[in-house]
Structures are given as C-alpha cells and as structure tokens.
Design a protein around this ligand. Structure first.
Ligand code: GDP
Ligand code: MG
Length: 370
C-alpha cells in the first residue's frame, strides 16, 4: 500500500506515535501524527527502533500495461527503432514499405518467402530497423487508445506532385500527440511535376519544419518507385534513433504489444506481437489482451522458426487460446496457471467496465470532435 501516516506507522511498529515523532525530530523533521511519511523514512525509523521494515508494494498484475518497468540502468541495452510509415492515400506508403523490404533482404535470404506478419525488420550498416506494416493509422489510434506507445519514429510520406492533403495533416496530428518525431519522405521525386519546395512550405504551416529552416524535422527527397534516396532515408532513421537513445532490458520476461491477430483453421490463433522489453521465448506462458496461452512456436518476418525474440523484434506466435485485438498489451508470466488466472481476471474487468461505461473513445473520435 501507499505511504502511511505517522500514527499508522507507529501502530505497525507497536510504538507510541509520540516516540516516532521524537525520532523524526531527531532527524530534523517536524511531523504531526496524521502526516504521511515516505518509505525511506520508514526504513530509517525502523532501524532506529531496531526493527527491520520490509516494504512490499501490492501490485495488480492483471493491469500489467500500467505497471512501470523498474530496470537497473546497467541492464539496459540499445534496441532497434520501431518505425511507422504514414501519409495520404496514394502518396506511396505501400510502395515505400515494399521497396525498403526488398532492397534490404540479405543475399542468403533471397528467394526465401517473406512472411506477412504485419511488421518486418531490416538491417542497414549492421543496425536493425523495425517497420510496422499495419496501416500507420491503426498503429496510433487503437494502440494509443489502449495506452501503448508502439512507434518511435514516423516516416511521413508526402507526394511531391500532390503536396499536403487531409491524411497528411492527420498523420502529423497523431505523431505530435504521441510525441513521436517525424521524418518527411518527399516522394515521387522522379515525376516531372514534382515541387518539393512547395511541400516544405506547406508543411511548415503545420509545425513540420526542415532543419535548414531552423526546424527540427529531417526531410529526404525519395522515389519509392525507383529506389532513389532510400539509403539516405534509412540513414536518417538511424540518426534519429541515435538521438532518441532507445533502450530496453532484454534480461527479463517479455512485454509488448499485439500488432495483429487472426484465427487460422489449422493452426489456431496466429498473432504478431512486437516485443518491447525482455526476451520472448518458445514455451513462455503469455497473456495477450484477455487471452492466455503457451507459445508453441514463433516465426520471424522471413517465415523462419525462431526460439527467442529480443526487444523491438516483431514475431509471429502460435499458441494463444483465442484472438486478441490489435493494440492489446501482452506479458509473460511464470506459468500457464498464472497466465490463465490473469487472463480471466482481465476478461472480468473488461465486462464490468463495459457495463459501466460507453464504448471506448478512440483517438480518432477525439480528433473528429475538434
Ligand atoms: P499508398 O496508398 O500510400 O500506399 O500508395 P501506393 O504505394 O499504393 O502508391 C500509389 C501509386 O503511386 C501507385 O501507382 C504507385 O506505383 C505510385 N508511386 C508510389 N511511389 C512512387 C514514386 O516514387 N514515383 C512514382 N512515379 N510513382 C509512385
Ligand atoms: Mg497502401
């Protein structure tokens, strides 16, 4: 439980409140009987009385997306950036995702079937980058509505022959609301009617300003169709990632978010999850949304079976009891029994919440009201 008052704490110690107050005064603290004292002070007071104070926080594990992570800074290691590509329809998002994916498949894997798992990872100059292949929109709305921050960097695709359009603005709003830096890919530079200056000018009105103009956004001219500028773009992603100092602790049970999930008649539930911290392993007992399971198998974005997945790795998993929602948080627990209990607790809570409140408001709804 939270901090105690002087009176409550004295009772726990089986001491008079006045004795505790006297000790506090000897520490140089004037405190009244109904004043709250913090944990460190309680431990010190305990020592004074020759009593060891053990502070045990009571945590509700069923609410695991809200649990803060307490990592020793020494355990934190660099992790790859997670990137979402956003932009107006037909400005070239899908083309860009495909071009990046194809250009970066290492020779050993050429010819291998790329598995569609809703996200993929590439390597550039020996460093990894994770791309979410879901509509950029969903990555922000659903997932953010559930309190999960998934994306580290937005690539905003703007066609140089078309300029800023409604969904461009929407993408800017989502990214800014989530405090995610925007790298602008000025696309379709191969077109004769491309006017990149106009794009820069227009974006400035929405607070997206090139570094050369005193702003903080990186602009990269590209052609997603013929591959020009893609290397530059990826270099800029890595540069931005360096500035963000993205880190995670791989030495603990995994936590993360569901990217997508579906039911396969033969295989059962197939989910794609993004590991955000810890390491996910085959055999782990997991809760995703309100469902639990034991991971039977994992596949990577190349369709290969893997046994472990580290932070920022997208991975397909088999073994969930039922289909969770995109944007649901997942977490690994010590065994299947525990996972089952947590999952049913979460299901119950959701039912109660649904009876008590209206449907959840998504970020999109919020924007519509403005
Ligand atoms: P999305 O709706 O944002 O996913 O856009 P698409 O990737 O589907 O692209 C829409 C159209 O623009 C397609 O016909 C693409 O071939 C074309 N396109 C995309 N990138 C480029 C580019 O760099 N140059 C040219 N000329 N066409 C492009
Ligand atoms: Mg598309």
């Amino acid at each position: 439980t939270g901090p105690l008052t002087v009176g409550e704490f004295a009772k726990q110690l089986r001491k008079e409140a006045s004795e505790v107050i006297r000790k506090l005064i000897s520490f140089g603290t004037m405190a009244a009987i109904n004043q709250e004292i913090d944990v460190d002070t309680m431990i010190l007071l305990g020592e004074e009385f020759g009593i060891r104070v053990v502070y045990k926080e009571i945590v509700d594990e069923s609410n695991f997306e809200e649990l803060e992570e307490h990592d020793d800074p020494n355990d934190l290691v660099e992790r790859p950036p997670v990137v979402t590509i956003m932009g107006h329809v037909d400005h070239g998002k899908t083309t860009l995702l495909d071009t990046i994916r194809e250009s970066k498949i290492t020779s050993g894997e050429a010819g291998g079937i790329t598995q569609h798992i809703g996200a993929y990872q590439i390597e550039k100059d020996g460093r990894k980058i994770t791309f979410l292949d879901t509509p950029g929109h969903a990555a922000f709305t659903t997932m953010r509505a559930r309190g999960a921050k998934v994306t580290d960097i937005t690539i905003l695709v703007v066609a140089a022959d078309d300029g800023v359009m409604p969904q461009t603005i929407e993408a800017i709003n989502h990214s800014k609301a989530a405090n995610v830096p925007i790298i602008v890919a000025v696309n379709k530079m191969d077109k004769p009617d491309a006017t990149p200056d106009r794009v820069m000018q227009q974006l400035t009105e929405y607070g997206v300003v090139p570094e050369d103009w005193g702003g903080e956004n990186i602009f990269v001219p590209i052609s997603a169709l013929n591959g020009t500028g893609i290397d530059d773009l990826l270099e800029m992603v890595l540069l931005q990632a360096e500035i963000l100092e993205l880190k995670a602790n791989p030495e603990k049970p995994a936590r993360g978010v569901v990217i997508e999930a579906e039911l396969d008649k033969g295989k059962g539930t197939i989910g794609t999850v993004l590991v955000q911290s810890g390491t996910l392993r085959v055999g782990d007992a997991i809760v995703a949304g309100n469902h639990f399971g034991k991971i039977r198998a994992m596949i990577n974005d190349r369709g290969r079976r893997i046994k472990v997945a580290s932070p920022s790795t997208p991975v397909g998993i088999l073994g969930l009891s039922d289909v969770p929602n995109a944007g649901d948080a997942f977490m690994v627990f010590e065994d299947e029994k525990k996972a089952r209990a947590i999952a049913s607790q979460r299901g119950l809570k959701e039912k109660q919440a649904a009876q008590g409140t209206q449907a959840k408001v998504t970020l999109d709804d919020l924007f519509k009201q403005i």
